[in-house]
Design a protein around this ligand. Structure first.
Ligand SMILES: N[C@@H](CCC(=O)N[C@@H](CS)C(=O)NCC(=O)O)C(=O)O
Length: 324
């Protein structure tokens, strides 16, 4: 995949990524600053000041794109979506000016990281939240970025929507923890495992969690009841990729989401919420994984299926109550 070491791009980063026993280890995100509405950090919330670097296939980037839309922040925070294949880091046809411009037609995200910190050592990941005023990376951890979008830009966005309400926080945190380890990251632990044992352990934990969710969603419209929270949007980005990508590409093949009645109807319900279908790019998702990950799919061939997968078909979730 490649990463920056002391500010220089290095293609062969294998030794930095895999632990003993062949298990995939996701390194911590490196930039952890906060945008604040009250100006208590170095990054005050402002309209037009911040930019998100994203890629259509990435579930972590997708979270931030969803919250930006749900909170009505599309005119406030600009974005770039990576539509061209990576040769090194995430690649874009356009930069953001001021020296962060395409070189030979391609702008690569590590150019921005080098501008932020010429000695940076670490991965270059989407989503990356960029400050156009201080000309630096604010944060590259999606779980933190979605919280900022949820609360810190209410002066411009829809303040009536709160995806992390006080009363549900401990419940949301519990879902996030279990589902992150075994499912969001679990699919990658299956797909990037370098030993049979590491793969099998990840696979079992992953499907235990999906089976638990299938049961849980039999009595609740959303994870916490009738309110849609950040826990649902985090789950959405993994579920929507599952049948087209993780099932085959990452060998998560015990069952498909569209064969599980509760998970499948829940997924369609979220997909059909206002504005979500337009920012769920199934072609971009398939291409980004199958077509652009030579370590997992050397031929780069993108499958045509699944064909019996229609996120727009009717769901049955109203029987569990009205979405709050
Ligand atoms: N914990 C990070 C993970 C982000 C992440 O791993 N993004 C992937 C794309 S799906 C990436 O950019 N990978 C590039 C790399 O690891 O070098 C977050 O949630 O923001």
């Amino acid at each position: 995949m490649g990463m920056l070491i002391d500010g220089e791009w290095v293609d062969d980063d294998e030794k930095f990524r895999n632990a003993e026993g062949g298990a995939f280890v996701r390194p911590e995100s490196n930039f952890r600053n906060a945008v604040t509405a009250d100006g208590s950090s170095d990054f005050p919330a402002e309209s037009g000041r911040y930019h998100l670097f994203l890629a259509p296939n990435c579930p972590w980037a997708h979270r931030t794109q969803l919250v930006r839309r749900i909170k009505g922040l599309e005119a406030i925070i600009t974005i770039s979506l990576s539509y061209i294949p990576r040769t090194r880091s995430w690649a874009y046809t356009e930069g953001i000016g001021n020296g962060l411009d395409p070189i030979d037609g391609v702008f690569e995200l590590h150019q921005a990281y080098q501008a932020a910190d010429p000695n940076y050592t670490g991965r270059v990941t989407v989503p990356t939240l960029w400050d156009k005023q201080k000309w630096t990376v604010v944060n590259n951890e999606s779980a933190e970025i979605i919280r900022m979008l949820n609360t810190e830009f209410n002066e411009w966005g829809d303040a009536t929507i709160d995806l992390y309400p006080e009363a549900l926080r401990s419940e949301i945190d519990q879902y996030n923890e279990r589902i992150y380890t075994t499912l969001y990251n679990g699919v990658y632990r299956c797909g990037f495992a370098k030993s049979q044992d590491a793969y099998e352990e990840a696979y079992r934990n992953l499907f235990d969690t999906l089976e638990w969710l299938e049961e849980h969603l039999g009595t609740r419209r959303f994870l916490c009841g009738n309110a849609i929270t950040e826990a649902d949007w985090r789950l959405y980005t993994t579920l929507v990729r599952f049948d087209s990508v993780y099932y085959g590409h990452f060998k998560c093949s015990k069952f498909r989401i569209c064969d599980q009645p509760n998970l499948w109807n829940y997924l369609k319900d979220l997909y059909q919420q206002p504005g979500i279908a337009e920012i769920t790019d199934m072609e971009g998702i398939k291409k980004g994984y199958w077509g652009n990950m030579a370590n997992v799919n050397p031929s780069g061939i993108v499958p045509l299926g699944p064909e019996d997968f229609d996120l727009g078909e009717a769901h049955d979730r109203d029987r569990l109550g009205q979405a709050a």
